[in-house]
Design a protein around this ligand. Structure first.
Ligand code: TRP
Length: 332
């Protein structure tokens, strides 16, 4: 049996190596397995919820598409598309909206967090909260259920959204499908725990909101080097034994090294390798993997027409599934 794997990335910003190690690299590796049909897409309808700057969304969408392709996504193997090119998705989203309890959406983490922040700041509880934010989990359910994905690789913060997708799917099946021919299979979140914890420069999870990231392509090798220079370490001098786990440098190195290299790196630190040299080694290892991709990335960014062609072909393949599927749903 073919396993369908689907994941999306919001197009509101640029990507950092945490996104690459935690999401893009494992997704592309998984897509090369036999018996896997992968769907990767740019969640640009979701992006509208948080960002009303059209240029930023447009640029981010292009950068993220170029990143997937530069990182080795094979558009002949994978269905690779822009959410907004598939009008059946917002249609399905509406049909699901009509069978979703409002009370369930009240419990969504992102909405609750916005609400609580308002209350804390003595604002109206609904201040700045759009219906888009409120309905976010239903649009995400439509993304997933449209292609009947079995597995959805996501970060930990998205697990609740997958639970909601299952609930919505169950309810829709119950109301409109026969037991022998349900519309939707139950999707499952896949959380990669090894790299979920990729730390940033200060040891906290690498995240744009903490301002502790190593950029992936933007700013080139220079920006990577500058970020690495800011990784926190203690003040031990070259020659003094160091605790490899006292800094995020080691975990970052491990994300780009073979197990053997990782072991040797730890031993060298214990034997007194200087932090400066250790950072130089980290840079070389990141560059070994990212450097060749950066060349492809830049070539693609200089050729937006080529990216557009690939996305149009992806939309065609996605719609070849979505259009007949929605005809069934509409029939019901
Ligand atoms: N909500 C996801 C995030 O913020 C992005 C996303 C949108 C998504 N639709 C999806 C992820 C469908 C997986 C499947 O990371």
């Amino acid at each position: 049996m073919t396993t369908r794997v689907l994941t999306g990335i919001n197009t509101t910003g640029t990507l950092h190596i945490g996104n690459y190690v935690g999401a893009i690299r494992p997704a592309i590796q998984a897509s090369h397995q036999p018996d896997v049909q992968s769907f990767f897409f740019m969640a640009d309808l979701h992006a509208l919820i948080k960002c009303q700057n059209p240029d930023r969304i447009e640029r981010s969408r292009l950068q993220i598409a170029a990143t997937w392709l530069a990182a080795g996504l094979d558009p002949d193997r994978v269905i690779f598309y822009r959410q907004s090119d598939i009008p059946e998705i917002p249609l399905l989203s509406w049909m699901l909206t009509c069978v979703t309890a409002k009370g369930q959406m009240n419990r969504a983490h992102a909405y609750k967090a916005a609400l609580e922040a308002n209350v804390e700041n003595a604002e109206d509880p609904d201040a700045g909260i759009s219906m888009g934010l409120y309905s976010y989990p239903i649009l995400m359910a439509a993304d997933i259920l449209m292609f009947n994905a079995h597995k959805v690789p996501v970060g930990k913060d998205q697990i609740q959204h997958l639970e909601m997708a299952r609930d919505v799917a169950t309810r829709f099946n119950y109301l409109y499908a026969s037991e022998e021919h349900p519309f939707f299979v139950m999707p499952e979140a896949v959380v990669d725990t090894t790299h979920e914890v990729l730390p940033g420069l200060d040891g906290r999870k690498m995240s744009k909101s903490y301002n502790n990231v190593i950029p992936l392509f933007e700013g080139g090798a220079k920006a990577i080097k500058e970020a690495i220079a800011m990784i926190k370490t203690d003040s031990r001098l070259p020659g003094e034994p160091k605790d490899p786990d006292s800094t995020s440098l080691t975990a970052l190195y491990e994300a780009f090294a073979t197990p053997q290299e990782a072991l040797e790196f730890r031993q060298k630190l214990q034997n007194g390798l200087g932090w400066g040299e250790a950072k130089e080694e980290l840079f070389e290892h990141i560059e070994r993997e990212i450097g060749p991709m950066r060349a492809r990335y830049e070539e693609l960014m200089a050729n937006p027409g080529k990216i557009e062609e690939i996305l149009q072909e992806g939309a065609r393949k996605a719609r070849a599934i979505a259009v007949p599927f929605m005809a069934r749903v509409r029939g019901a």
